[in-house]
Design a protein. Structure first.
Length: 69
């Protein structure tokens, strides 16, 4: 059975500590048996980052600059 321990708000707070900005989209996915929050943040430099947070541990899995070109 898969369980998430973090609330959406907790995951957002973790992501914002890594990448300050404004959250405009949050998704949740199951990757390799682990719940992952995918949090998209718009920074003050008008860049968009995707921050993936492990839904069980709160660890940041990756931070990626989105390229819309």
């Amino acid at each position: 059975m898969f369980r998430q321990k973090l609330s959406v708000q907790q995951a957002q707070d973790i992501a914002l500590q890594r990448v300050p900005g404004q959250i405009f989209h949050v998704d949740m996915d199951l990757e390799h048996g682990v719940f992952v929050y995918e949090i998209f943040i718009l920074t003050s430099e008008n860049r968009v980052y995707e921050v993936e947070v492990n839904g069980s541990t709160g660890n940041i899995i990756k931070v990626e600059l989105e390229d819309f070109d």
